[in-house]
Design a protein around this ligand. Structure first.
Ligand SMILES: Nc1ncnc2c1ncn2[C@@H]1O[C@H](COP(=O)(O)OP(=O)(O)O)[C@@H](O)[C@H]1O
Ligand SMILES: [Mg+2]
Length: 318
């Protein structure tokens, strides 16, 4: 459904994404994980043609159902956004207009993207609200966003994302602002929608515990690059990249990890864009790094059918 190939994006001349490739099929969930600032949102925004003005796409392609989105005319991109691609963000305010009733906002998408009017629009609105668990449909439709709880706002944003009948849902930190119980309900809802609607889901989080049980495959990013790709099981049971292992060790929400005596923060900091040297950007923080790691960029090494890693220790001559 979605194929991103070798995507490279600069902001003000500094690379924020370099050689990012990923693919998500219908009914499949891909998790994108990495600490804050590693380029997850930029990847999502590039897919949507919503990169900041200062950003420049240097290379790569983004295809939705085979059609190239990079460089596509704004008119075509407007059909994609809120139409074939639904978006959910951390802040409902990013999607919901604070001064418009929820029902009217969703109704606008139903009119714009599906041409529904009158009773058909009202029925579609009610069905959508029920589908996302907002059962008091009349009250919710009449409410302004601030009159709803955080979890309900998130559900309303999901209903809006679904209103254009998307084939792909991009959820960027959808639960980061919610408490654990509500977060888990929202993730369950996304999971159910993916299965019932056969949606491709790109689930983005800085938190591996969020990605964990809800994705088929996981892509780990560091400093604008993908560094490890694997099935969700393999990421947890057989992580190979030292950065992935550090993320797991630093993730308090993961079963098993919580029982370890000390949760280790990852020492050091993500390098700002453009400041990484010629080699692996993680090398300065990596306990296993050798001098060569700072000199040469690792290539992908395949470790199994669906598991690959970018780290010199898996290359010949280590
Ligand atoms: N509007 C912007 N202008 C300039 N740089 C930005 C902007 N937004 C993000 N960046 C930079 O791009 C990099 C990637 O950011 P982002 O994709 O938002 O990370 P993540 O979503 O993984 O936390 C970071 O270095 C960030 O500082
Ligand atoms: Mg982000």
């Amino acid at each position: 459904m979605l194929e991103v190939d070798d995507l490279a994006v600069d902001i003000a001349g500094a690379p924020v994404l370099a050689g990012v490739s990923l693919a998500v099929g219908a009914g499949e969930a891909l998790g994108l994980v990495g600490e804050s600032g590693c380029g997850k949102s930029m990847t999502a925004l590039a897919v949507l043609g919503l990169l900041p003005r200062a950003a420049q796409v240097r290379a790569g392609s983004v295809r939705l159902k085979g059609a190239e989105l990079l460089g596509a005319p704004e008119k075509a991109l407007r059909q994609v956004r809120g139409g074939s691609v639904g978006m959910i963000f951390q802040e409902p305010g990013a999607c919901l207009d604070p001064v418009m009733r929820v029902g009217r906002q969703i109704g606008e998408v139903l009119r714009l993207h599906r041409g529904l009017r009158g009773a058909a629009e009202q029925k579609a609105l009610r069905d959508l609200l029920l589908e996302v668990g907002l059962n008091d449909t009349e009250r919710v439709a009449r409410a302004y966003p601030h009159e709803l709880s955080g979890g309900m706002q998130q559900r309303a944003m999901i209903a809006m994302a679904l209103a254009g009948e998307p084939v792909l849902l991009i959820a960027d930190e959808p639960t980061t602002a919610l408490d654990a119980r509500i977060a888990s309900q929202i993730l369950d809802l996304l999971d159910r929608l993916r299965r019932e609607r056969g949606l491709a889901l790109l689930l983005i989080s800085h938190d591996l515990a969020v990605i964990g049980g809800r994705c088929d495959r996981v892509l780990v990013m560091y400093a604008g690059r993908a560094v490890e790709a694997a099935s969700a099981n393999e990421i947890f049971d057989a992580a190979r990249h030292p950065y992935t292992s550090a993320l797991i060790a630093a993730s308090p929400g993961l079963a098993g990890v919580a029982r370890k005596a000390a949760l280790r923060d990852i020492p050091g900091q993500l390098p700002p864009p453009g400041s990484a040297g010629a080699g692996c950007a993680f090398a300065p923080r990596c306990a296993r790094a050798r001098p060569v790691c700072g000199e040469r960029l690792p290539a992908w090494t395949a470790l199994g059918a669906a598991h690959a890693v970018r780290c010199l220790q898996f290359e010949e001559g280590w």
